[in-house]
Design a protein around this ligand. Structure first.
Ligand code: IVH
Length: 699
């Protein structure tokens, strides 16, 4: 469907021939179509007001789009009912194919860069020339390498979030920003009447490493660095995907600031830093103060020592005049303020030799080429291997075995080969070719049209089996202590494990003869494996390697379906009805449960006694008796304790917890900021309780 704003410059919206071509029913509107059109226009206008003016949407984007589409279809079928003030004819409605634009109250400028101690001294000298005879205290902050963002708080309420864009106008990304748990929807304490707070959205380095590993595993192109990953994530139109990626943010400045009696303008950057903390906004972990350029250089050196420990990437330091009164007197050029400057650290790179390119096989069979490097020290540690992601990447960089290459750490964590130093070639370097047979099991490899990934076609491939078991046992999955890479390799090499279910039939007799397996470690390992049978359902779902199912989705599936069996028989429509599950995900999950090998594996795991949710108080299976027996609950909004805990309470008292509101729902428990579920419950006449009413009910 075309976006509504396509009609922006149309001078005669009533001339429908320009807008639509009609092959549908031309025969005049029935009463029911005409009243439905009126109803839809009213509903859409209502939801536009909630979304744009009050930033309190009550329905999901998908629900909104369905209403909008229905109206467009009806207007197409009944052009005689089209009017110029229909929401389909107006500009500035909710964008269908992108973000709307937001004008910053104060333009977002950039900073001038410096690269040396001399340039810092020049900056400090210039300040003293501009403000002669004055003390000019300075602050030094980390320069966070994220995506610049401006949040607009009115009377302490977050009403809008926008990217920098061209500095004057940016993309309005409020919905995506609201998924960042650390950003308060309401400022704590006393807030100014208007506050446009500035900072950076970033993807934590650890998350970046995990997402890239997953993308490699799925054969999707990786993000070059956390900044690109954060920018790509913010541009997602589906806030559920943003929520899954777990962005964070850091704030350091402001644009508009309309003080109120109990929230005056701060006098210094230092004071503002503390105010940010009081408002509950995340800040830089540390800032420094200085008076001379030597002190500035010392602070930058110290920051350089500790910055790798920060969860975000830093590409430098920002030096600012501390007194805000001095800011206004120093002013700005058209591009940057005169009261601040950035110091950029040299990106740390090292030269080394690409000794070989080996090929690794992942848990879903994707073949990943890996650079085997002559060990070299870079950005804090020794690097000897780096993933090269896929064949195309190697061709794009024209890497050859034997080349001298430059390496760095992407996002400070992941070793990466930047480029080949082609001028150093001597002629003996060799081109790399992806093998036609799996290097581990020698099965033929598959290339899927349009995908960069090459896959080993044999699900029984020893490498795939090993990786699936490692993943199953890992900390975020079943969390089986003592079952790391080395032990899994040992057990698969000894042919004791062929799939994850074999873990549960391992015996002391099988393990004791193995190397480094004393009685104590065997006892501990078997106890840890046995204890994992009791892990909550979401952990099992996260561990199975169901496509698209990470920890967050696994938790949602567990609380929506309650048991493996109910999830396994769910239709695509039922899966889609769960708030965080889109169509692609639903189809993949549905398909996975219908794979005969999966059915067999699940039966083995059930036989081994794993928690499939049937007897799990923490799953949706209600306990047989209890005051809430026979009731179906849906939880929404922010509650004072975690939703998992509330769900567990309800189940222990005999109630059932479901992920989505339907006619079968008995109660909706609505916390702060409840959204579309609340609207749906009200529409269906479902009884809505707040937390206080809920507490009264269960005592
Ligand atoms: S102050 C008038 N402080 O770096 C601009 N910026 O390269 C005032 N940045 O545009 C910006 N960390 O997006 C400031 N502690 C920090 C920062 C920071 C990162 C970004 C910001 C800025 C860009 C300049």
């Amino acid at each position: 469907m075309e976006p509504a704003r396509r009609y922006k410059n149309d001078q005669s919206p009533m001339n429908t021939d320009d807008l639509f071509s009609f092959d549908a029913d031309q025969g005049g509107a029935s009463d029911s179509s005409s009243s439905r059109i009126v109803q839809l226009r009213r509903q859409i206008a209502h939801h536009d007001r909630l979304y744009y003016d009050q930033a309190k949407p009550e329905i999901t984007d998908r629900e909104y789009d369905a209403l909008y589409r229905e109206l467009v279809d009806l207007e197409r079928a009944h052009p005689e009912l089209l009017v110029s003030d229909s929401p389909t004819q107006k500009v500035g409605g909710r964008p269908q194919g992108g973000f709307s634009q937001a004008t910053h109250l104060v333009p977002m400028q950039s900073l001038d860069n410096t690269y040396s101690a001399e340039e810092i001294a020049d900056f400090v000298d210039r300040l003293h020339r501009l403000l002669p005879e004055e003390e000019i205290p300075l602050t030094i902050e980390p320069k966070v390498d994220g995506v610049a963002i401006a949040l607009l708080y009115e009377k302490g309420r977050l009403v809008r979030a926008a990217t920098r864009g061209d500095g004057t106008v940016g993309d309005e990304v409020t919905r995506n920003i609201r998924t960042i748990g650390e950003i308060p929807a309401i400022l704590h304490g006393k807030a100014p009447a208007v506050l446009e707070v500035r900072g950076e959205v970033y993807l934590p380095k650890e998350t970046f490493a995990r997402i890239n590993a997953e993308r490699d595993e799925q054969g999707i192109p990786v993000f070059a660095n956390p900044r690109n990953a954060a920018a790509g994530t913010l541009k997602q139109l589906d806030p559920n995907i943003v929520a899954e990626r777990k962005l964070s943010a850091v704030f350091y400045g402001f644009g508009a600031f309309q003080a109120s009696a109990d929230a005056p303008l701060p006098a210094t950057q230092q004071e503002f830093f503390h105010r940010l903390k009081d408002w509950g906004l995340p800040t830089d972990p540390k800032i420094w103060t200085a008076r001379t350029s030597d002190e500035v250089v010392e602070a930058i050196r110290h920051l350089g020592e500790i910055r790798r420990g920060f969860p975000f990437e830093t590409d430098g330091a920002v030096i600012k005049v501390d007194q805000l009164a001095q800011h206004s007197r120093l002013g700005a050029t058209s591009k940057a303020p005169r009261w601040a400057i950035a110091y950029k650290y040299e990106p740390e790179q090292a030269r080394t030799r690409l000794m070989d390119i080996t090929v690794q096989v992942g848990r879903s069979g994707v073949l990943t080429p890996v650079a085997e490097l002559e060990p070299v020290f870079v950005a804090g540690s020794t690097v000897s291997r780096a993933t090269l992601h896929n064949e195309e990447e190697i061709a794009r960089k024209d890497l050859r075995i034997g080349d001298w290459v430059l390496v760095e750490k992407a996002g400070d964590v992941i070793p990466a080969v930047v480029k080949a130093l082609t001028e150093e070639r001597v002629g003996s370097e060799r081109k790399f070719r992806m093998p036609e047979l799996c290097p581990v099991c020698t099965a033929p490899v598959n290339r899927t049209e349009g995908e960069v990934a090459v896959r080993c076609a044999n699900p029984g491939c020893a490498a795939q089996v090993r990786r699936r078991i490692e993943y199953f046992a890992s900390r975020t999955s079943m969390d089986i202590a003592g079952l790391g890479e080395a032990v899994v390799t040992q057990l698969t090499d000894a042919r004791l494990l062929h799939d994850v279910a074999d873990l549960y039939t391992l015996t002391e007799e099988q393990l004791l003869p193995l190397e480094r397996m004393g009685e104590k470690s065997v006892g501990n390992l078997l106890a840890a494996i046995s204890a994992s049978k009791e892990q909550p359902l979401w952990r099992l779902l996260a561990a199975l390697g169901i496509p698209h199912v990470g920890v967050t989705v696994a938790r949602t599936l567990a609380s929506s379906f309650g048991t493996v069996d109910r999830l396994a028989i769910a239709s695509i429509e039922e899966l889609c009805a769960v708030e965080e599950i889109g169509e692609i995900m639903a189809a993949a999950i549905h398909g996975w449960f219908r794979d005969p090998a999966v059915v067999q594996l699940l039966e083995k795991l059930r036989g081994a006694g794993l928690n499939f949710g049937e007897h799990d108080p923490a799953s949706s299976a209600p306990s047989a008796e209890g005051p809430l027996k026979g009731t179906v609950w849906v939880l929404t909004g922010t509650l004072s304790i975690s939703r998992d805990e509330v769900a567990e309470k309800i189940r222990l008292l005999g109630g059932k917890v479901s992920g989505s509101v339907s006619a079968k729902t008995t109660y909706l428990l609505a916390g702060e900021e409840a959204g579309s579920k609340l609207a749906k419950a009200e529409k269906l006449g479902v009884k809505v309780l707040n937390e206080e009413e809920f507490q009264k009910m269960i005592v």
